[in-house]
Design a protein around this ligand. Sequence first.
Ligand code: FE2
Length: 201
Amino acid sequence: MTSDTSLIAFRALLNALADAYGAEDRAGARELVALLREGAESATPEPTAPYRYDAAILAATEGAKHPAAKAAREAHSLLRWSATGILDELIPETVSDMFAVAPLVGPGAVIESERVRAGLFMQLSESFYPAHAHSAEETYIMLAGEADWQLDLGDWHRHGPGAIIHHPSEAPHATRTDAMPILAAWRWSGDIRSETYRMVE
Ligand SMILES: [Fe+2]
């Protein structure tokens, strides 16, 4: 059974993500915000099983101040953390082992959509997620911790909680963490087929 406090936290998470993406002036963000607001009224997630990265996920959000990070911590038992949904043959296990995702919006997610995907992302400490690209445009919002982000194989930029990091369609991007794992939100819009994902040499 879903406890009231977890469900309240889960819905607070959806509203906090809607608030965060409300600051992004793009059509895909606006479409996501509407879905998140609807979900915050009615979503009924099922309790989930423990996941191998639970300790890292909770370490990432310990003492976090961003409202979405705090809500994610409280709603942990309702978040379906897993390895990436990207097809196994497109992403080597050495890479997919560095992170976990908890889908919230998209085909088959708790908030069903065929047009946009969104969820949470945790990347382990001391890890390097090398350059990759996909057809969907993507926006990350940092929720807890700090990491270095790279776009188009250019300079690296350090970002912490609240930072909005946009990756245009097909633009290579990479992420590097240091001593602490990070928690971020991500969204995809446009061509959201995972088959378009590729590692960039
Ligand atoms: Fe991406």
